[in-house]
Design a protein around this ligand. Structure first.
Ligand code: ADP
Ligand code: MG
Length: 697
């Protein structure tokens, strides 16, 4: 029944049906059922006119219509009438449709009137009231709150305004019975959580008797959305644990151990050790690991990646580490090479700019298995690249990596390699639970010891000279500074001009020949970027002027100042990521957010948050609150965030509850064979093929 085309519903037909398709995307009965009202009006009460006060908003009264007359001439013409009940009189006024109203209404008759009250010369009145003859009002219609629906101008022109949409919904519900909307939650869950039944909830969300019924209905439907999503994500995860074949890293061998005892440059943090243990246990089980590693900027994800690559090598497998940009890939390569220089492993770098002859050698080395480890950009996953036995693929800073690119990895080996996805900055927990809920999950919530918190301040551009003075004193102390300009999305040319102007300006502040300034931007060739970057990394230049190409991952521990120009143009996670470029050494570091004098409220809010905290997990939560889930980078395409009613921002507790019960149920009854869980199973089966659930990894 719910799959019937909307045209077949009484009151719709082909013309309106066509409009509903185009305007609201309503094709079936189900679509209409799930076209929820955005508010209700309460016409269940009839009030006395006497009770109207200046505070009264909308009201419904009933009485006899008196003294209907038109007042004024032509454009100023209006129609007035009075409605009298046992307690008093209220004035009704119309400025439009006067002739029609006059024809419809009969003085002396009883009417039910609803509208927004106002006062004119101290007397209550309603302009353009909704009015119905009392004799025609069915008592039943008045026992429900009246739903008001989202609609469009075109639909209104076809007689489907915000309220008339309700007539269609009402007609639909009249045709449906409980068997059309079968319960999909187990009885015991409904009882334990005091949830409205599914059928009842769909009725009440449209036509509740009381606001309380409405909220209960909404709560039930939100829970259902979260619960079903969590079940599916967990089923995907369990299915992978059970049925995917994965290469087995059964031992920790010489490579790992000798690196750990001889070359590890520092003691690992507790969080790093824990994550390595989690990965180790996951890769020893014989199913494919698919793990998301969340860690704040600077929490030390790279060394975790390296140790895992050694683990793979110990077990005879190749591994690769992919970064989203050329610069980052090069830096990873340089960093890993330095750490591995006395280790018997073959590490190579493969990017878009690798020379043909070198590339040839690398491809051969990979195929023959001589090369153990590969760092690179997405060049790593091109079709031509064949590994002998790829056992582990690590995707660094995954926000920039597309779904398709990740998927391409699995084709690189007969048994899919283990996959570790590392975030650039944290993503909010609710988002992680849904967008990546099918992945196993590790968190690094601890920074290496000795880090000093970065001091962040907001300064107006008029302060630039002082800010530059500050940079100068830091440079005198032997430190280095970044100055970052926003990428102007609409125009690469504008970004470029902005940056060049900025560069000239910076030079004018540091005219002495002893100061060296590097610049990196998107228009440079990879080699040019590399040269300029290297000079900064090696401490040969003092200032790095750049667009956001620098954003992710670059590691220059000696840099202590990060200046962000037009900071209001950046999103929160981007600001946090940029700030993370400093504070990586033992020196006290600073982040200065420069803005013009005019900053939007949201921009101000972002800057306030940045100045208030260094905690990436907190910032991620705020980011979600400010922007909503649809905008969070990297999650847009995932498709699991399209909740109709539930919100990842406002319904966190409900999501936690849904997750808790979904996991608990699957823990006890992974195949949903228990009698009490049949409602869930039947529902999931009925949905098969309807939802595309081919998740990312
Ligand atoms: P991110 O998680 O942002 O990728 P990195 O892996 O680049 O962080 O590490 C940031 C810096 O911290 C690097 O200079 C790295 O050498 C250093 N580092 C990582 N782990 C530790 C540790 N346990 N103790 C001290 N320094 C560490
Ligand atoms: Mg990193």
């Amino acid at each position: 029944m719910l799959d019937s085309p909307i045209e077949y519903l009484k009151g719709v037909g082909p013309l309106r049906g066509d409009m509903l398709h185009k305007e609201l995307g309503i094709f079936t009965f189900r679509d209409l059922l799930e076209h929820f009202p955005h508010r209700h009006i309460d016409k269940t009460q009839v009030n006395l006119i006497r009770d109207i006060t200046y505070q009264t908003d909308y009201i419904q009264v009933a009485g006899t219509l008196l003294n209907m007359e038109t007042v004024g001439e032509s454009r100023a013409k209006r129609l007035t009438a009075q409605l009298k009940d046992t307690s008093g009189i209220i004035e009704l006024t119309w400025f439009q449709g006067i002739n029609w109203v006059q024809k419809m209404l009969q003085p002396g008759q009883q009417y039910l009137v609803y509208g927004k009250t106002g006062f004119f010369n101290g007397k209550p009145q309603i302009t353009h009231p909704e009015i119905e003859a009392l004799s025609e009002v069915s008592a039943e219609g008045r026992t429900f709150l009246e739903p008001i629906y989202p609609t469009t101008e075109k639909l209104k022109a076809r007689g489907l305004n915000a309220r008339q949409m309700g007539k269609l919904t009402s007609a639909l519900l009249a045709q449906l019975s409980e068997k059309d909307i079968p319960e999909n939650l187990p009885e015991y869950l409904l009882e334990q959580l005091q949830l409205t039944s599914r059928y009842r909830a769909y009725c009440d969300v449209h036509f509740p008797k009381t606001t309380d019924d409405y909220y209960k209905a909404v709560n039930r439907l939100k829970f259902e959305e979260f619960f079903i999503a969590q079940l599916r994500l967990n089923l995907v995860r369990l299915e992978r644990h059970r049925n995917s074949r994965g290469v087995i890293f059964e031992k920790v061998g010489n490579l790992f151990n000798s690196f750990y005892s001889n070359y590890l440059p520092f003691e690992l943090t507790g969080a790093q050790k824990r994550v390595i243990r989690e990965i180790r246990s996951d890769t020893a089980k014989g199913h494919q690991m698919n793990r998301l590693l969340q860690g704040d900027v600077g929490s030390g994800k790279t060394i975790v990646a390296l140790l895992c690559m050694l683990l793979a090598a110990d077990n005879g497998f190749q591994s690769c580490l992919m970064a989203p940009t050329e610069i980052l890939a090069q830096q990873h390569y340089a960093g890993l090479s330095a750490l591995l220089k006395d280790m018997p492993v073959q590490l190579r770098l493969l990017t878009g700019s690798t020379k043909t002859s070198e590339r040839k050698k690398i491809l051969q080395g990979l195929q023959e298995g001589e090369i153990t480890m590969l760092a690179g950009t997405h060049a790593v996953i091109e079709d031509k690249v064949n590994f002998k036995n790829l056992g582990l693929a690590i995707v660094d800073e995954q926000h920039r990596f597309g779904v398709a690119q990740r998927a391409a990895l699995w084709k690189k080996a007969e048994i899919p390699p283990h996959v570790l996805v590392m975030t650039a900055t944290p993503i909010p927990r609710t988002l992680a639970m849904t967008a990546y809920g099918d992945l196993d999950y590790s968190v690094m919530d601890e920074l290496p010891p000795g880090r000093q918190p970065i001091t962040t301040v907001h300064r107006y551009e008029t302060y630039r000279a002082k800010v530059m003075d500050f940079v100068r004193t830091e440079i005198e102390k032997g430190r280095q500074a970044y100055i970052i300009y926003p990428l102007i999305e609409e125009s690469e040319k504008l970004s470029y001009e902005d940056l060049m102007q900025g560069y000239e300006q910076v030079k004018s502040f540091f005219p002495e020949p002893k100061y060296y300034i590097s610049m990196v931007h998107g228009r440079m060739s990879a080699e040019q970027k590399d040269v300029n970057m290297k000079r900064f990394v090696e401490g040969d230049t003092h200032i790095m002027v750049s667009t956001t190409v620098i954003e992710v991952g670059v590691n220059v521990p000696n840099a202590s100042v990060m200046i962000i120009e037009s900071a209001e143009k950046f999103g929160l996670s981007q600001l946090h990521q940029l700030r993370g470029r400093v504070g990586r050494g033992s020196e006290k570091s600073f982040c200065i957010l420069l803005t013009g004098s005019k900053v939007s409220n949201e921009g101000k809010e972002r800057i306030k948050i940045m100045c208030a905290t260094n905690d990436g997990f907190k910032i991620a939560e705020k980011d979600l609150e400010l922007r909503g889930p649809g905008d969070i980078e990297g999650t847009r395409q995932s498709g699991v965030l399209n909740f109709k009613l539930a919100s990842l921002v406002n319904d966190k507790t409900l999501l936690e509850t849904a997750k808790h019960f979904a996991e608990k149920i699957l823990e006890q009854d992974e195949d949903l064979v228990q009698h009490q869980n049949q409602p869930i199973k039947n529902y999931l089966l009925s949905q098969k093929g309807k939802t595309v659930w081919s998740r990312i990894s």
